[in-house]
Ligand binder design. Sequence first.
Ligand code: GDP
Length: 296
Amino acid sequence: MFENLQDRLGTILNGLTGRGALSDADVAAAMREVRRALIEADVSLDVVRSFTDKVRAKAVGADVLKSIKPGQMVVKIVHDELVDMLGAEGVAIDLNAPAPVIIMMVGLQGSGKTTTSAKIAKRLTDRQGKKVLMASLDTRRPAAQEQLRQLGEQTKVSTLPIIAGQSPVEIARRAEQAGRLGGYDVVILDTAGRTHIDEPLMVEMADIKSAARPHEILLVADSLTGQDAVNLARNFDERVGITGLVLTRMDGDGRGGAALSMRAVTGKPIKLIGTGEKMDALEEFFPKRIADRILG
Ligand code: GDP
C-alpha cells in the first residue's frame, strides 16, 4: 500500500516547528507529496495542478510552523480544500417542475446508466411515493431495452412498452406523452451510450434534450475513470448541459479521484453514488467521505 499523505508530510515538515516560516523548498516538497497523493487517487492532472495551487496559497499563509505537527496541519488544509471543491452534500434530485418531471440519464456505455435509472426510480417510488415511468432510448442495443424492462419488473416500476423501429427521439416523445396521460410524477429516460465520446452520441443527446426538455440531466460515470474523467464531464456538460453527476462503482477499490475531477470541471453537484449492483445500492454523496478516501 501507499504510505499515506499524513506520514509523508510528517516526514517532510514535522521537524521544522518553531522556525517561523516555511521555506520555499519546504512548501515545494510538501506540494510534491500532495500532488503525488492526488495522482495516485486518479485525480486528473490539470485538476491536481489547480488544487495544489490553492493549497499552496493557504499553507503559506497559515501558521503551519506554529502548530505542533505541521504535517498534520497541511493535511487538514488539503482535506478542507478537497471537501470544499467536492461541493455540498445531500443535493437531491430536483423534482420541482410540472409533472411529469423528465430526468435524462447520460453517460458512456457500461457506466451504469441503466442500473442507476432503475435504482433512482425505485428510490423515488419507495421513499417519496412517486409514480415513476422508465423508458430505454437505446435503439442501438435491443438488449438494453429488455434489460430496463426486466429491472422495472424487479423493482415494480413501470416501463414504457417497447416498440421496435422507433428512433430515440420518438421514444422520448412517446415516454413524455405516456407520462402525462398516465398521471406519472417522473419519467426517467435511459439513453444509449458509446464506448467513448463521439459526435453522433453528442448529436443524439442534444436531439433528445430538445425533444424531451428534461428538468434534470444526470451524467452517470464510473468512479474508476482515471485521466479521462475531465474530458468526459467537460464534453457532456458543454454539449448537452448536465445538471448533476452520479458516480457508480464506489464500492470498488478506486480512490474516487474522478469525483473531484468531474466536479471541478463542471461545477455541477454530485447527487448520488452507486455502491453495488443491487437495486438499493445507491447512496447520498458525502464529500468528507470521498476526501478521506482520496487521501487514503
Ligand atoms: P450502462 O451500459 O451504462 O447502462 O451500464 P449498466 O447499467 O448496464 O451497468 C453495467 C454493469 O455495471 C452492470 O453489471 C451493473 O450491475 C454494474 N454496476 C452498475 N452500477 C454499479 C455500482 O455502483 N457498483 C457495482 N459494483 N456495479 C455496478
